[in-house]
Design a protein around this ligand. Sequence first.
Ligand SMILES: Cc1ncc(COP(=O)(O)O)c(C=O)c1O
Length: 412
Amino acid sequence: MTKQPSNQATQNPRIAKRLANIELSLIRQINALATPLSVNLGIGEPNVEPDETLRAFAVKAAATGSWHYTPNAGTLKLRTLIADGGRESRVGGRSLPTAGNQVSPTPDSRLPTPVEFDPKSEVCVTAGTEEALFSIMQAFVDPGDEVLVPNPGFLAYATLARIAGATPVTYEIDPPDWRVDADALLARITPKTKLIVVNSPSNPLGSVIDRETLQRIANAGPLVVSDEVYRAIWYETPPPSMLGMSGNVIVVGGMSKSHAMTGLRLGWILAAETLMKPIVTAHQYIATCASAFSQSLAESILSDDAWNRAWLERVRAQFRAQRESALFSIARELEVAIPAPAAAFYAFVPVPSYDTEMFARTLATDAAVLVIPGVAFGSMGEGFIRISYAASIDEIGTGVERIGRWLRGAAL
Ligand SMILES: Cc1ncc(COP(=O)(O)O)c(C=O)c1O
């Protein structure tokens, strides 16, 4: 094969200033160190296989679904299902009671009055939650603006703000219980604050923000983006949503984590019509529309309420068992007791290391176990590693044991 000819421009391309100092995330860099012998506890996607029904939905979507562009904001059928789901269990978290799970399926007086979203103008289907976040930043954030982001928090928030030319300003979340302090967050608001990003349940903390704190943030004034992509994965009680807390709130979610559909890129945005218009314009020039196949599949999933509820229960049960196994191994091998994560599938674990990036790289190469250094999620993450328990109980046991053995060896 002949190599592509190079010239001055290809040898020394001038990268756009907006990408200066932006690299592939540390998560991707650590995952790139995987070998066939590695145990991967760095992974941010569910270890859940599609069941027969989910596969049948996919076959139907491939056989009978459209291959054409859909409307930019998504098919009206899917938008309607998402708008309905915003009011109850389908895209979020209420569930049928089962043994050991006493959550009421009937209207719950602790929940706010359901909010109506108009599927025609207040819902947009996106190519994953990530594209939803990018579209929102492109629609509202200017150079010179400030965007409040959690520290530790999902690293894309600060990066997407920077790509839009803004300055990310962090609000700190403190160990050991990782509660968001509303006063401290609100004290960070300045006249330049354009957007506050909230993530509950949190990646990387697995923690949940209580309703009162969320409401105070919703009332603060600036636009709020509430990333609820992990909202269906909880252990004791469903996490509160920011849906309808104020006209300023934009809620994003998707099916990557709840339905193990990371590769199918299906997310969504719910927001008031005036906010949605510029978002859909940005989304049009980024993605045109989400995959028509993934939209057909999502339509089948969200239309079958009984199957979907049972599926979400099964996913939660699997992660609940893996969470127990992770907590047990962490306590035994690493000799730390951390608060049980309330949701998502991450444990954020303190380790005796002054440089956790180096520590995670060494674990990857010398101990054949992948974990994500806490500093990948911001300065408050230094001294911690993120252990994903989206792995089999065997892998969790072996992986954490390898970390423990390496630490004990290193300490000798
Ligand atoms: C907090 C958070 N938001 C958004 C995303 C992106 O998810 P999606 O696959 O829907 O783009 C992730 C993925 O890891 C995440 O952890």
